[in-house]
Design a protein around this ligand. Structure first.
Ligand code: C2E
Ligand code: MG
Ligand code: MG
Ligand code: MG
Length: 273
């Protein structure tokens, strides 16, 4: 009887696994055509400088309009995309499309921020792709900022250093995204020519729970570190006025979050022609 039960449990497990593998394979082939079928869209979310009360940048966030399942967030498809080489082409499209959009925000100097994937960042064609996107769209390099993560930066530190120097000497800005959640030593902040740091939103959540707690102490250290190293500091995940008050009290002036705007297609900066 026990053996029978086991066999049944096994068969269930196999069916379950098959179903998942199947759904996965389906998703993978659907994604392979998404680019040529024009199913990717970018949503934009502003970064606000509270000192001057103005939008300084907008982050381009990728969405997939699946004909079958509707609008999909990166969490649903990025991990699959990350496994194939196709991500390089998608990443190049994101760069070009984001630069094109920013260039269309005529009469402003609002920047556009683009997230880079690991494969894209380590691909030999990255610099060419960035330069080509700028050239094709005519966007001035100082209006483009690239967001990379600590993990990505540490894959090959020697190469990262070279790539960042080249990007910075072209005038492109580089932000360290999700700062504080990866594994890297602070020494790298001195080694890599970064423009700024984006504090991960988990710190904002934890500070709200315990304003005098350890996360608040870490954020205070990030504030003084960024000041001394001349790095711009951004807090993400500002969802409410209370969140804003807490980060502003710590001296963080550039903020991003639902409190100001959710990511949206067709976003344009205030005052754009
Ligand atoms: P990220 O770069 O850290 O982007 C911020 C994420 O936080 C976005 O999620 C954004 O919609 C969300 N967010 C913004 N404000 C708030 C807030 O106030 N509260 C909360 N709870 N969330 C907020 P999204 O758009 O789902 O993107 C998730 C991640 O996917 C991004 O995290 C980024 O790592 C990645 N990603 C997005 N677009 C691209 C892309 O074009 N290329 C690559 N390689 N990765 C991308
Ligand atoms: Mg980002
Ligand atoms: Mg982020
Ligand atoms: Mg984050």
């Amino acid at each position: 009887e026990l053996a029978l039960l086991d066999a049944k449990a096994n068969a269930d497990a196999v069916r379950f696994f098959d179903a998942r593998a199947h759904a996965h394979a389906g998703l993978e082939s659907a994604l392979a055509h998404a680019l040529t079928r024009g199913e990717y869209v970018l949503h934009y979310q502003p970064l606000v400088d509270t000192r001057h009360r103005r939008v300084v940048s907008a982050e381009a966030l990728l969405r997939w309009e699946s004909p079958e399942h509707g609008l999909q967030s990166p969490a649903a498809f990025m991990p699959i995309l990350e496994r194939g080489d196709h991500i390089i082409e998608v990443g190049a499209w994101v760069l070009r499309e984001a630069c094109r959009a920013a260039q269309s925000w005529g009469g402003t100097d609002v920047r556009v921020a683009v997230n880079l994937s690991a494969r894209q960042f380590t691909s030999p064609g990255l610099l060419d792709t960035v330069r080509q996107a700028l050239r094709e769209t005519g966007l001035p390099p100082h209006r483009l900022e690239l967001e990379i993560t600590e993990t990505l930066m540490m894959l090959n530190p020697e190469r990262t250093e070279r790539v960042l120097r080249d990007l910075r000497s072209d005038g492109v800005r580089v932000m360290l995204d999700d700062f504080g959640t990866g594994y890297s030593s602070l020494g790298y902040l001195a080694r890599f020519p970064l423009s700024g740091l984006k504090i991960d939103r988990s710190f904002v959540r934890q500070m709200m729970q315990d304003p005098q707690g350890k996360s608040a102490a870490i954020v205070r250290a990030m504030v003084s570190l960024s000041r001394d190293l001349n790095l711009e500091l951004v807090a993400e995940g500002i969802e409410s006025l209370q969140d804003l008050d807490v980060v502003m009290a710590e001296g963080i002036c550039v903020v991003q979050g639902y409190h100001f705007a959710r990511p949206a297609p067709d976003w344009r900066p205030p005052g754009a022609g």
